[in-house]
Write a protein that binds this ligand. Sequence first.
Ligand code: AMP
Length: 496
Amino acid sequence: MNILKRIRHYSEVQPERIAIQSGQEKLTYRELEQYSSRLAAYIERHYKNNRSAVAVYGHKDPYMLVCFLALVKSGRGYCPIDVSVPGERVDMILKCLDSEVCMALEPLDGTDKTLLSLEHIKVLVQTETEEIGEEHALKGDEVYYMIFTSGSTGVPKGVMITRDNLEHYLDWSVTLGTDEQHKQGRVFLNQAPFSFDLSVMDLYTCLACGGTLWTLDKETQQDYKLLYASLEQSGITVFVSTPSFAEVCMSDPVFCAQTLPNLQLFLFCGETLTNQTAKKLRKRFPEAVIVNTYGPTESTVAVTEVIVDDRMAEEVSPLPVGRAKPGTRFEIQDEDGKVLPDGEKGEIHILGNTVSAGYYKNPEGTEKAFYRTERDGQAVRGYHTGDEGYLLEGMLFYCGRMDLQIKLHGYRIEIEDIENNIVKLDGVRQAVVIPNIRKGTVKSLTAYVVTENPDLDLKEALGAYLPAYMIPKKFVLLDQIPMTNNGKADRKRLGG
Ligand code: AMP
């Protein structure tokens, strides 16, 4: 699909429809199209000689979207940076980018780049007389966006996603869970900051379907009253989030079909969707479709899909992460690169048309993680995920990070195996297990648990499911598992 063409089409057929709303701030399709075309003309005129990707710094502001599209229309990629990214990391990213300019929609200092502030941009889009449509836009093989993910070395890695990557992904994401027709003009929830690739799932799928993106800012997400008020006001139809965020929402019974009658579809990605979460959601929203998807930033948001119905939520444990989207295939490989047969665990390799071009200015990292190969006589790009999993007749099952596998007293243990068993216990909502490491060796395990049943002896109850060596030494009850800015369980803050 040509995403720019689609947006222009909606700006013609439904110009006054809200494209994006964040609190009181909103932009219609007409404004989005016009403002981004004007800003594109300004950028092209002033920074003609530099076509490198440009950072867009801010938090959920509708004008971030104007900047993204303006840059793409002017033939430049963009790099979203959320205000929650720590200052040092922002510096590192800005230094890495070769652009002269940075769109700073929130105050930003300590950089030698020319800053375009929100106020300035708002004036520009009203006063600029030229417009650039698609004639200068990025080509298919050029970098559309770049998202920096954490690197094991401590230096963030800029994952380059081309326009072709994104548009292949969108061809499929508009069909996720319901057909494209059902998504036309709906309200999509945006939970993740734009610097996290889960946001691409809601933002661009929404725009591709002429819908309204309803963003929840950080403040709203952290205050239950504000959160539920915003959800009720939104009229959301498509809920896109991590499973952890859905758990946060479910901590109040108000999060149910009676209060959110339009909610038809849940799209999950980014971490394990447990049977417990799926079952609870099915009870609260019996008519809604729940879709589990899986994928790293390096393969453009997600590459699998499975609908979790009542039967699956009850009977299939752990839940699968789904079947490959069109244009993608999986191989489960052992350490020597041998492709393993169905049912055997190994590293998940993703091959296909949404695999990233690599890491920005990082040939070594790119070479290590990505490769070119041939399958069925066709050249294809592959990516080593570092995730462990297995296939059963095309259905992919995820078993955890290869690096969350530990040895304790000589026993091989999957941390997520323990967590999945703890959440099976009566009343338990969430669990995170952290290995206690001394001098490089795992000495014991601590489980952090959110439960509605604090009187249950977790150690004893867990004995029914796990061998003694897998039972954590210590259990700590929490009101809430701390989350990263991206909405995943924050293992670091728990000492992991
Ligand atoms: P990110 O690049 O931040 O999206 O993180 C990608 C990693 O998140 C993957 O390599 C997996 O380890 C994990 N992940 C993504 N989707 C799922 C899922 N549906 N279930 C379990 N883990 C997932």
